[in-house]
Design a protein around this ligand. Structure first.
Ligand code: SAM
Length: 276
């Protein structure tokens, strides 16, 4: 029987965030696949765990992924640890999960630290509906297309960013979304120098003109204001009925569908259609 791939989250800063189950799984698996074996070895030493490590990172996902899959298929169990946080979220772990899923190998995910969830919860911005964008594309054209799409996004937007790219990203966000948009910059989450800055995009850009950004960041950006849709009128309804009839629907069915699509009273629309 095939073994299991365990997705094991690791601290995003504070070593106290290792759960009991994380320790249990790391102790019991046959081997650990690590994005950076040096980082995972440090954690294992801290926890007093000795376990064989294999390297699984962005540039060896094909070869290492297939070797890990072979071992899983032969019955071994494996824990996947990426550098920090939850494996498969903006890191190479997603490829290994897809490979296991495609080969019917069971994957179990342990809940644990994830920078985007920590940032969203502390942001002070609406959390009910949000969209995670990971890192913005570096390619100019793709980046512009993405930013244009985000300008109208009504949900709270989450982005990961490296410190040396932060100023450029704030400038691009200001140009695409407007400088007055609220933003929460979450820096060095769970670490000694954690900082939560709730401000606007232009004020954030201003601040980092004089102070070079240090550490890791999650940006939580307020969504665009909701656009009120004008209520449809009976005239709109009649036009839609005519269009649906021309496509072959009976008057009754066309009225039923148009009323549903445009949120109109079916009776009123039917009466108006009869009077045509
Ligand atoms: N898998 C990880 C997770 O669950 O969050 C994310 C991996 S991604 C390669 C790394 C990015 O996560 C960083 O560039 C930064 O944007 C964000 N990040 C990770 N740790 C963080 C921290 N302590 N504070 C703020 N952002 C962090």
């Amino acid at each position: 029987m095939a073994g299991t791939l365990y997705l094991v989250p690791t601290p995003i800063g504070n070593l106290g965030d290792v759960s009991r189950r994380t320790v249990e799984i790391l102790e019991t698996v046959d081997f650990i696949a690590a994005e950076d074996t040096r980082i995972t070895l440090k954690l294992l030493n801290h926890l007093g765990i000795k376990k064989p490590l294999v390297s699984y990172y962005r540039h060896n996902t094909d070869t290492a992924g297939n070797q890990i899959l072979e071992r899983l298929l032969s019955g071994e169990s494996c824990a996947l640890c990426t550098d920090a946080g939850t494996p498969a979220i903006s890191d190479p772990g997603e490829d290994l999960v897809a490979l296991c899923a495609a080969n019917d190998v069971s994957v179990e995910a342990l809940p644990g630290p994830c920078a985007l969830v920590v940032a969203l919860s502390v942001s002070g911005l609406p959390t009910a509906r949000f969209v995670f964008e990971g890192f913005l594309p570096l390619n100019k054209k793709n980046r512009r297309t993405r930013l244009e799409a985000l300008a109208a996004e009504e949900r709270t937007i989450l982005l990961y960013e490296a410190p040396h790219k932060l100023c450029a990203t704030l400038a691009d966000l200001s140009a695409a979304l407007g400088g007055d948009r609220r933003i929460t910059l979450c820096r060095e989450l769970t670490k000694l120098h954690e900082e939560i800055l709730r401000t606007t995009i232009s004020q954030a850009a201003e601040r980092y003109k004089t102070q070079s950004p240090r550490g890791e960041f999650v940006l939580v950006v307020e969504g665009a204001p909701a656009v009120e849709k004008a209520a449809a009128t009976l005239t709109d309804g009649l036009m839609r009925v005519a269009q649906l009839q021309s496509e072959g629907l009976s008057r009754k069915d066309a009225v039923k569908q148009a009323a549903k699509e445009l949120d109109l009273s079916r009776n009123d629309l039917y009466t108006a259609a009869l009077e045509q």
